[in-house]
Write a protein that binds this ligand. Structure first.
Ligand code: BEZ
Length: 221
């Protein structure tokens, strides 16, 4: 099972847009690999359509998209026409990996033993892997087949991962890009002025401890 901070496997795969070698395909970009159980299923159709609608937002963040399921390339290509019709989109511009033998599903720990195909073979769950330009895993999620994902939340989490890669901050519950951030506990008080020229506010707590240090979002205009 791949862990946060591990180098993501550099696999070869067939996709709806031709063969890829994963690291080469990623190049210097960030990558979002997300799996789903099967083609021609209702929740998956809504999910892949939503991601296609949001593709411009992912591209603005320099994030390449790639989906995966246990069906083959021909099935993926036929299903894409349904996704476009359902989502009322002209363009479906990201690849879907064909993992019919479940090789990647096993390698990446994406098998859901409760969801099986007609032959009784387990399918992939709804996994999300967010990978950095250094090819290391930065964030992962596992959802069951019966629960569709919220891709606005995934965009929000990407904003946090990218911001916190650049500044020594963490983002609080329900954070949205541009709002207040928390100074990392590992930053010493003597570093605050240099690292956070916009200022730091320390919240008084009943414990008397100074750990809630808020600073304006470093990238807000
Ligand atoms: C769906 O995409 O609707 C779905 C796929 C597998 C199991 C349950 C739901």
């Amino acid at each position: 099972m791949i862990k946060l901070g591990d180098v993501f496997p550099d696999f070869k795969a067939e996709t709806s847009r031709g063969p890829i070698q994963f690291h080469e395909w990623l190049g210097d970009s960030w990558g979002l690999l997300f799996s789903h159980p099967a083609d021609f299923t209702p929740v998956c159709t809504t999910e892949l359509g939503r991601v296609a609608q949001l593709q411009g937002k992912f591209e603005e963040k320099n994030v390449k998209l790639i989906a995966l399921s246990c069906d083959g390339v021909d099935t993926h290509r036929k299903w894409i026409e349904d996704i476009k019709a359902y989502s009322k989109i002209e363009k479906f511009a990201y690849p879907i990996i064909a993992d019919e033998k479940r090789e990647l599903a096993h390698l990446l720990g994406m098998i859901d033993p409760d969801e099986k195909d007609a032959a009784g073979i387990p399918l992939t769950c709804r996994a999300v892997f967010f990978i950095g330009p250094d090819k290391k895993l930065k964030l992962s999620l596992l959802y069951p087949a019966t629960t569709g994902r919220n891709f606005d939340e995934i965009l929000r989490a990407i904003d946090s991962v990218q911001l916190t890669a650049r500044y020594r901050v963490a983002t609080p519950a329900d954070w949205q890009h541009g709002t207040y951030c928390m100074v990392l506990p590992t930053v010493g008080d003597d570093e605050l002025e240099t690292l956070f020229p916009k200022g730091v506010e320390k919240l008084a707590m009943p414990s008397g401890k100074d750990y809630l240090r808020m600073t304006p979002c470093p990238e807000k205009e």
